[in-house]
Design a protein around this ligand. Structure first.
Ligand code: NAP
Length: 230
């Protein structure tokens, strides 16, 4: 079998960078998408990959990333941002930015590249998290998109991390007791392992699967427990 290739968004930082490094170490040819030119160039040197700096929330930027990734075997969507706070204080432009980056861009990029395998870095927030209503909605949207694509024959994998030690929390501290923070490499390993096994969904850490199951059976019970245990 020849060398496989992957386009990784959000490769300039955190989980996306860890995924790109692990894929390259496993012999994959990687296309690295992000915005920060210096960090992308450093990663391209380390991985032997090709760097593309572009804003995925602009039509022009998304098109350039799609062109760079044409023909890849795997598309990994890791680019994303969070917003936490009181919903009534969230400005309309923040709503639009979050939906554009976390949900619209992955859908449009998937449509433009149409690869045989697609992996999504979603979040455990798909169950609905207080003060992260819009973020949760974008990640739940990704989950439904991945599941629907899978029905159409595309091999999709969605990963649902809890808290991960990356610059994602740059503007805010992480106060929750559960789940404990994991390293981005743990998420990268879980995602790549799930892609290679064609698994549809994986939670990191694994015990979060139970939270998702409880939520599936009884959302009311889940939210009572979440309020109680923080
Ligand atoms: N960290 C966590 O606790 C956690 C938990 C669950 C899920 N996630 C999800 O994991 C994914 C990766 O997050 P992370 O923790 O690795 O955060 P991160 O270190 O902040 O990385 C975010 C990545 O997204 C890219 N990005 C942001 N805005 C962009 C835009 N407009 N156009 C193109 N790229 C853009 C960033 O590029 P530049 O840096 O070059 O601007 C960066 O590479 C996100 O989808 C996030 O929702 C994170």
């Amino acid at each position: 079998m020849g060398v496989s290739s992957a386009l990784v968004t959000g490769a300039s930082s955190g989980i996306g960078a860890a995924i790109a490094i692990r894929l390259a170490a496993d012999g994959w040819r990687v296309v690295l998408a992000g915005r920060d030119r210096a960090r992308l160039d450093a990663l391209a040197e380390r991985t032997g990959g090709c760097a593309i700096s572009a804003d995925l929330t602009t039509a022009e930027g998304l098109q350039r990333v799609a062109d760079a990734g044409r023909g890849v075997d795997l598309l990994v969507h890791s680019a994303g941002a969070g917003w936490a706070g009181k919903f009534r204080e969230m400005r309309p432009e923040h709503v639009d930015q979050l939906v554009e980056l976390n949900l619209t861009a992955p859908i449009r990029l998937t449509r433009a590249v149409l690869p045989p395998r697609v992996a999504f870095v979603a979040s455990v927030a798909v169950v609905g998290v207080r003060d992260e209503e819009v973020y949760s909605a974008t990640k739940a949207g990704l989950r439904a998109f991945a599941a629907s694509l899978r029905h159409s024959g595309v091999r999709t994998t969605a990963v649902f991390p809890g808290a991960v030690r990356t610059p994602f929390f740059r503007d805010r501290d992480y106060h929750r007791r559960f789940p404990r923070m994991v390293e981005p490499e743990q998420v990268a390993d879980a995602l790549i392992d799930a892609v290679l096994r064609s698994r549809a969904e994986v939670f990191v850490p694994r015990w979060l699967t139970i939270a998702d199951r409880v939520h599936g059976i009884s959302p009311a019970l889940f939210h009572r427990l979440a309020d109680r245990f923080g």
